[in-house]
Design a protein around this ligand. Structure first.
Ligand code: 5RP
Length: 257
């Protein structure tokens, strides 16, 4: 398990830049992810971990890929459903091992209609992963009617940690440091909807200042006009202690025409 965690968290900085492009598992093709076969090879050198579905990994990641893999193993709804919270475990553990997964990513809908099934999914993944020393990444999902407050994230992250997730992905919010302090396992922060790059870098910086162990970012990288530079700028904050101002200067310098 330590080896898998070392594939995720850099032994030098202790932190990680995860690139999430698993959106297709319920959104289909989203803007910026139309050509995974072109985008993913261009980003591989700029991030530490790919977070993806098995279908995307099989089709656009070469077998000589040596970095971390966070394999999305829950599914069950689509953008056509009002309630996204009903999922199941869609990838079995032997397949995850064949895919060289360094962690199993499971969506968890605390407080939603599908809470029971998502806790069942999370528990199944943790139990199966434990048999083969593969960690589980609990992804805190926020339904459209759910509050994005420190109170909610503190509750959800703590529940998912207590159930045995080894890493938790959640959103940045006010009083983020209190969420990190109350969570006994590493937290990585989701990017969320596309922001102007400067704002996304500030969010990344504040997350790291608040105690996050990295970012697990999708749209704020792949919907940028400069995805590789954006990934590098995030990496400067995550691994090299850049401030948001320094990272923005780096981004601006690299993208000026
Ligand atoms: C869904 C996920 C996705 O991986 C994640 O939301 C995608 O990243 P971003 O929000 O940064 O586009 O975990 O809950």
């Amino acid at each position: 398990m330590k080896k898998h965690l070392t594939n995720i968290f850099s032994p030098e900085s202790g932190n990680t830049v995860m690139f999430a492009f698993d959106h297709g598992y319920f959104m289909g093709s989203v803007s910026g992810l139309e050509r995974l076969d072109l985008l993913i090879p261009s980003l591989i050198d700029h991030v530490d971990v790919l977070m993806a579905t098995r279908g995307a990994l099989r089709t656009c990641v070469k077998p000589n890929f040596r970095k971390g893999i966070a394999l999305r193993v829950s599914a069950g709804s689509s953008m056509l459903n009002d309630d996204l919270s009903h999922e199941l475990v869609s990838v079995d553990i032997e397949e995850a091992i064949r895919m060289n997964a360094d962690c199993l990513a499971v969506q968890t809908f605390i407080g939603a209609d599908g809470q029971l099934s998502s806790i069942d999914n999370l528990s199944r993944a943790i139990n199966a992963g434990a048999r083969y020393s593969i960690p589980t990444l609990g992804v805190i999902a926020v339904g459209k009617d759910m509050e994005r407050t420190d109170r909610y994230f503190k509750l959800a992250t703590r529940i998912v940690a207590e159930l045995g997730a080894h890493i938790i992905k959640t959103y940045y919010c006010d009083k983020f440091e209190e969420i990190v302090a109350a969570c006994p396992v590493p937290i990585v922060v989701a990017g969320g909807k596309k922001l102007p790059e400067k704002e996304a870098l500030t969010m990344a910086y504040r997350s790291m200042q608040g105690g996050a162990r990295g970012l697990d970012m999708g749209r704020n990288i792949f919907q940028s006009n400069h995805p590789t530079v954006m990934a590098d700028a995030i990496g400067k904050i995550v691994h090299h202690k850049f401030t948001d101002k320094e990272a923005w200067e780096y981004f601006s310098e690299k993208t000026k025409s």
